[in-house]
Design a protein around this ligand. Structure first.
Ligand SMILES: C[S@@+](CC[C@H](N)C(=O)[O-])C[C@H]1O[C@@H](n2cnc3c(N)ncnc32)[C@H](O)[C@@H]1O
Ligand SMILES: [Zn+2]
Length: 189
C-alpha cells in the first residue's frame, strides 16, 4: 500500500523525549517550507469517537467542527501518521488545513512539533509533557481561544480556526462602545 500522507524527505520518525515516536528534521528546513501533508479518510466526530479512536488511538487531525482526516484501518495507520508531537514552543504551523510548514528556519536534528491549538476545537484536557520553558502544562481543546496564542501563531492556524478567530475579533469590536469623538459629536448636536 502507498503512503496516505506526505513527509518531506528532510524528515525521519524516531524516538522522542516528548512522547513515543516523533518527527525529526534530518536536514535544515527553511521557514515556510512544506514538512508534511496529512492524508487519510474524511470522517465525522461520531465515527472518530466510536470507531477510530478506540481501535487506532489518536491518529487524526481536525479540519472543521465536525470533520477529521484519519486512517480507518490498522494497515493504514502507519501510512497516515505524521508523528508530529505537540509542543508549547512549536516550529511547525498549518497552511490551509492539512499542510504543515516550518514557522521558522529549523536546524537538522530538531524535533518537528506543532501546537494543538493550531488545529483543535474540542473538549479535552490533557497534561503536556513537552518540557518547553513556556509549557502551559495543561492543554485543552479550546486553547485556540487564548489571545496570546492567537497573536503568536497568527497566519499558522488551520483555516477553519482562523475564521473563528476573525469572527470573535469582529464581534468583540462591534460590542465596543462608540468611539469618543463620535459620542462627543452627538453631544454637541
Ligand atoms: C499523533 S500522536 C503523535 C505521535 C506519538 N508520539 C506516537 O508515538 O504515536 C499524538 C499523541 O502523542 C501524545 N503526545 C504528543 N505530544 C504530547 C505532549 N506534548 N504531551 C503529552 N503527550 C503528547 C499524546 O498521547 C497524543 O495523543
Ligand atoms: Zn507543553
Amino acid at each position: 500500500m502507498k503512503r496516505l500522507s506526505y513527509l518531506s524527505p528532510k524528515t525521519e520518525v524516531r524516538e522522542s523525549k516528548i512522547h513515543g515516536r516523533g518527527l525529526f528534521a534530518t536536514a535544515d528546513i527553511a521557514k515556510d517550507e512544506i514538512v508534511a501533508v496529512k492524508g487519510g479518510h474524511i470522517v465525522d466526530r461520531k465515527t472518530l469517537r466510536e470507531k477510530i479512536r478506540p481501535q487506532l488511538g489518536p491518529v487524526e487531525i481536525q479540519i472543521d467542527d465536525n470533520l477529521f482526516i484519519a486512517p480507518v484501518t490498522d494497515e493504514e495507520c502507519e501510512l497516515s501518521m505524521l508523528y508530529s508531537n505537540h509542543s508549547c514552543d512549536p516550529n511547525l504551523g498549518v497552511r490551509g488545513e492539512i499542510i504543515f510548514v516550518a514557522m521558522r528556519d529549523i536546524r537538522a536534528g530538531e524535533e518537528l512539533t506543532h501546537d494543538w491549538a493550531m488545529t483543535d476545537d474540542d473538549d479535552y484536557f490533557e497534561e503536556c509533557k513537552c518540557s518547553a520553558p513556556n509549557c502551559r502544562k495543561i492543554l485543552t481543546g479550546k486553547d485556540w481561544q487564548r489571545p496570546e496564542l492567537q497573536k503568536r501563531f497568527a497566519g499558522y492556524f488551520s483555516v477553519y480556526l482562523a475564521r473563528k478567530i476573525a469572527a470573535r475579533c469582529h464581534s468583540e469590536r462591534s460590542e465596543e462602545p462608540h468611539n469618543r469623538s463620535s459620542d462627543h459629536a452627538e453631544r454637541l448636536v
